[in-house]
Write a protein that binds this ligand. Structure first.
Ligand SMILES: [Cu+2]
Length: 214
């Protein structure tokens, strides 16, 4: 019976297509409430901070009518209702990148995040200051920058003197604020290997600094 054979072949093909995802789907457990807590854990009870890309089944327990569980990231945006208590199961495919989960009404305090695969590093935040006296500095977490790893950076430039500017030069980089103004600006830069120098142009011999990117 050709018809029967065709059906069997289709069934086998469907099973073969479905099998890899089913075989690798890992269960994760999301819980929000009843208090101001939100968690995503593995079957072993460990908080999720990093996962391999792939298929996951997430069992969500929303135990409060004040909170919800909202998961978002590349290709995923799923949320339970705030006003309802519910248990739902989400089938998701997580790809390389950064994912986060929050309770939407309390997103500043009820939140978590994890990486999948090996996403590129997030930019580090540097603070550049010049003035109000004859001072200039570039800092990372409050410490003066001497060396940096090559990569993406966000530089918040606080130009606090009309007599000065902040002028950064190095391989492929030449950015400056204007003399005569007081302002804060943000630069998004990718710093490659080499020596970088920063000065206040009106007093470039005295108000200056440098660092090395490796
Ligand atoms: Cu909440």
């Amino acid at each position: 019976m050709p018809g029967r054979r065709l059906l069997t072949a289709l069934a086998c093909a469907a099973a073969a297509l479905g099998a890899p995802a089913a075989a690798h789907a890992e269960d994760l457990f999301a819980t929000v409430g009843p208090g101001f807590t939100i968690t995503l854990r593995t079957a072993q009870g460990q908080a999720v901070s990093h996962l391999d890309p792939g298929a996951y089944r997430i069992v969500v327990n929303d135990l409060s009518d004040l909170h919800n569980f909202h998961l978002y990231g590349p290709g995923v945006s799923l949320a339970t209702d705030v006003e309802a208590l519910e248990q739902v199961t989400w089938e998701v495919t997580l790809v390389e990148g950064r994912y986060a989960f929050v309770c939407d009404p309390h997103a500043t305090i009820m939140k978590g995040a994890f990486t999948v695969g090996n996403p590129p590093p997030l930019p580090q935040r540097l603070v550049a200051t010049v003035g109000p006296a004859n001072t200039i500095a570039l800092t990372l977490n409050g410490a003066r920058v001497r060396t940096l790893d090559a990569g993406p950076y966000v530089i918040v430039v606080r130009d606090r003197s009309k007599r000065h500017n902040f002028h950064l030069t190095g391989p492929g980089v030449n950015r400056k604020t204007a003399v005569g103004g007081i302002r804060t600006v943000t630069w998004n830069l990718t710093l490659g290997a080499g020596t970088f120098r920063y000065v206040s142009d009106p007093q470039a011999k005295r108000v200056r600094g440098s660092f090395v990117v490796r």
